[in-house]
Design a protein around this ligand. Structure first.
Ligand SMILES: [Fe+2]
Ligand SMILES: [Fe+2]
Length: 230
């Protein structure tokens, strides 16, 4: 696989690099953490705003996969969906679920429920990320994933995030939101269902996969920056 990547034609390599520069600054700023930090700190959004924004993006990307007319377009949106969901899930596990445990009464139960739902999502995402767009199970697999994920999203937005926001000051919420956004810069961009799902093990073991995931991203096709705006 790696050998194939090294042989990839230059036109294949040029597109992801363009995306790295213009459409996915979050994923590819790991070598410029200071710049990334400045960009996120200035937004001042609460943690629930950050998370809801990601949820909207995921719904859009899911719809794009369904609407895509060609296998090439299906693959681009598949890569975008996987990239976003993998980072979102792990950043929640590292930053947001520990905040449930710390600030919310019975937040431990809430975090455990969310982690177990994430595990199901990660296993389905693992299956989906390996699939070719020509596979007859491609759409049924993303539909099944979305059915599980959308229910998790509904409950996270309706039950969990309001309780967390109520339990913390707005400044703390903004700080968590910034941490969430920064964490997405250095976590894996593919699903690794067997990796630990909580700190400190997640930050140590899970991050080992990050460099290889990001290397492989360079050889994949992604939508343009304009296409991914939500
Ligand atoms: Fe979640
Ligand atoms: Fe979420």
């Amino acid at each position: 696989m790696f050998r194939q990547c090294l042989r990839a034609p230059s036109n294949l390599i040029s597109k992801p690099i363009a995306r790295a520069t213009f459409s996915a600054p979050v994923a590819h700023t790991q070598f410029f953490p200071r710049a990334a930090t400045m960009a996120t700190v200035s937004s001042g959004n609460k943690v629930s705003d950050r998370i809801k924004h990601d949820h909207k993006e995921l719904e859009t990307f899911y719809k794009k996969i369904k609407e895509a007319k060609t296998e090439d377009d299906k693959t681009k949106w598949q890569n975008q969906f996987v990239w976003e969901l993998a980072r979102h899930s792990i950043a929640e596990e590292i930053v947001v679920y520990p905040a449930f445990e710390k600030y919310v009464p019975d937040g431990v139960t809430m975090a455990e429920k969310d982690r177990s739902e994430h595990q199901i999502v990660k296993e389905k995402l693992y299956e989906f990320q390996k699939m070719s767009a020509s596979d007859p199970n491609f759409i049924p697999t993303i539909d099944s994933l979305w059915e599980t994920l959308s229910q998790h999203i509904i409950e996270e937005e309706r039950d969990d995030l309001p309780v967390l926001e109520k339990a913390i000051e707005e400044s703390e919420s903004q700080s968590l939101g910034n941490s969430f956004q920064r964490t997405k810069h250095f976590v894996p961009t593919q699903s690794h269902p067997s990796a630990p799902d909580r700190p400190p093990y997640e930050t140590a073991a899970g991050l080992l996969a990050t460099p290889m995931d990001k290397l492989m991203d360079l050889f994949k096709k992604f939508p343009s920056s304009d296409e991914t705006k939500v």
